[in-house]
Design a protein around this ligand. Structure first.
Ligand code: PHB
Ligand code: FE
Length: 328
């Protein structure tokens, strides 16, 4: 299905607060000054509009990401890489037991276009869903303008490595972004590379800390190097990861600066499993049968290391690969 085959289903009129209502399958979406209301055939849900828009922004920007994107303990999406499940209560033990859970499988372009339209319509000009709460205005109130440039920022994705000649991506100091207020002490000097003649396009280096110190977004990993399916995706974090991520593969976290506390729950039921506090220099692997949400009290630098191989979800689901990364 191409995007042009699909029309976003939205109300012709706006509501009293100036926002459109939206429909996707049997799901209905509505916002007012403070809240988002989601209805489905067996139940309904309410979320604060700031949490909803921050989660929606990640789901759209990451094209539904790896595995499950829980907006909270009730509502979210599962990526099947071509189709997406949209669900309510499916990974929530209480909803399951009460048989209030519901899910629909939709073609990716359909949910992508609907979610993009909701994000565009419901984000006012004062609010940047990618920014830390301290660096943006409020999302609340009646409809007031839009913030298209903020919500359509492109994720930085290197094909080889940032700074390697021929790669389309440039270092962020070259984009003119200022050093973030919390990273003013980060050394901005760049390494000197003296490549042997003939190897100028293969040998490169850049200051990753300087690069990250200038990131203007939070909880939005960029790909700075790609070696086959091995992706280094560093990011700057502040406040709370806006989604609870239920991965379909193992991922590694390297805490590059400051501190993040991870709340780790069972992926399917939401039962609490552990709390992991990572300080600068700590490394951990998140197993493939959990879900996690991070809390970063100061802006911090995190390197997320992903294995992008397309066959991993199937290998894990069928038991051919373990849900954990190493046997000690
Ligand atoms: C994750 O779900 O693993 C994740 C997502 C975004 C981040 C960091 C970690 O910024
Ligand atoms: Fe994750």
């Amino acid at each position: 299905m191409t995007v042009t085959d699909f029309q976003v289903v939205q109300s012709s009129d706006t509501n009293a607060e100036g926002y459109h209502d939206f429909a996707l399958g049997e799901f209905r979406f509505r916002r007012d000054e403070y809240f988002v209301y989601i209805d489905w055939p067996t139940g309904s849900h309410v979320m604060s509009v700031d949490a909803f828009l921050r989660a929606l922004q990640r789901d759209v920007a990451w094209d539904f990401f790896y595995g499950i994107v829980n907006f909270d303990g009730v509502f979210g999406t599962v990526n099947h890489y071509g189709t997406v499940d949209i669900f309510a209560g499916r990974y929530n033990d209480s909803y399951r037991k009460a048989e209030l859970d519901y899910s629909e499988n939709v073609e990716t372009p359909k949910i992508r276009e609907t979610f993009k339209a909701i994000l565009e319509d419901w984000t006012n000009d004062t609010f940047d869903p990618f920014a830390s709460p301290h660096e943006t205005g409020a999302p609340f109130g009646i409809k007031k303008g839009n913030n298209t440039s903020a919500i359509t920022r492109r994720r930085v994705a290197a094909n080889r490595m940032v700074a390697v000649p021929g790669d389309e991506q440039i270092r962020s100091d070259e984009t003119g972004f200022p050093v973030n207020r919390m990273f003013l002490d980060v050394d901005q000097s760049e390494p000197v590379v003296e490549a042997e003649p003939g190897f100028e396009s293969d040998v490169a280096a850049f200051n990753l800390f300087a690069y990250l110190s200038r990131s203007d977004v939070t909880w939005n990993p960029s790909v700075v190097s790609a070696c086959k399916d091995s992706l280094f995706c560093p990011t700057t974090e502040e406040y709370i990861l806006p989604i609870i991520h239920g991965n379909d593969r193992v991922e590694w976290f390297l805490q590059l600066s400051d501190q993040i506390t991870w709340e780790v729950e069972d992926r399917d039921t939401g039962a609490v499993r552990s709390r992991v506090t990572m300080k600068a220099g700590d490394v951990c692997a998140m197993p493939a049968d959990i879900r996690h949400q991070g809390y970063s009290p100061k802006r911090s630098m995190l390197l997320v290391w992903e294995n992008n191989a397309g066959n991993i979800p199937e290998l894990i689901a069928s038991g051919q690969a373990p849900t954990y990364p190493v046997e000690f």
